[in-house]
Design a protein around this ligand. Sequence first.
Ligand SMILES: [Mg+2]
Length: 324
Amino acid sequence: MAFGEFDLIDTYFTRRWPERDDVVLGVGDDAAILKVPEASELIIATDTMVAGVHFDKQTPARAVGHKVAAVNLSDLAAMGAEPAWLSLALTLPEMDHDWLTGFSHGLREICAYYDCQLIGGDTTKGPLSLTVTAHGFVPVGAALRRDGAKPGDWIYVSGSLGDAGLALAAQQQRVEISDSHYRRVLERLYFPSPRVALGQNLRDIASSAIDISDGLVADLQHILKSSNVGARIDVDEIPLSMALTGSVDADQAISYALCSGDDYELCFTVPESRRGVFDTAIARHPAKPTCIGRITSKAKDLRLERNGEVWEGMTGKNGYDHFS
Ligand SMILES: [Mg+2]
């Protein structure tokens, strides 16, 4: 008998995967049965990755498995949620056991790390594409949203920005960088770290939050639109890695951080009155949030500044055009 859907699930997606007490019935029936903790709300996010669109042939299968979970967990993190379950829809052109081995390893590693159980899904034949739905919990009313920023709130980002964009540019030979820098930034493109713990720590502290998937400028604008506010950003405060600043000139590095996507850091706002609590709660956080600016009352106006003046780097020949 041919290797079918049940063999595939049994071989790659069953043994040595995390198991949780709140899963009454997982993979194997028509649907899963799940217990949501009392006084919690369910937070759900879905993301699709299509071969040739979101990743290319040279992307290792393990990285695809990691990333398709990571991008969903990053959305949960931006809501302040604690991850619990994942479901997976897998469309495969053929039964490729090497690829499935790598893919399932990558997915299982990140699920194990966040104690996230695979609770079901679907497999079909067709052009390579993956859809993951992630489910998580927050205490009732505690979710972080995009619509709570107020004038005067401080704007923060976690980690550093622009590395994944630099990796992609180097891969596509739009920029030349050293092998050691390339290895560092490629790791960030392939294996992003969703800021799950930080997101949970920001409940009751942040007034709004979003994860940076499309670039700081694009994603911060979602907060500005939802909250009906503006922002001032000091471009020299944006956290940049040594791999980025060591590979391109200063304004280009800022442009990568502002405009290229795939960083999966969090951008969030903290009211002045919560700043002391924030500094105490977050001071030793590994994702080291950096304050980059402040929310203003000028609706949907995003002002990029250097020394209080409008920063012109985006329009220069080394700036924004680089990304168009
Ligand atoms: Mg998002």
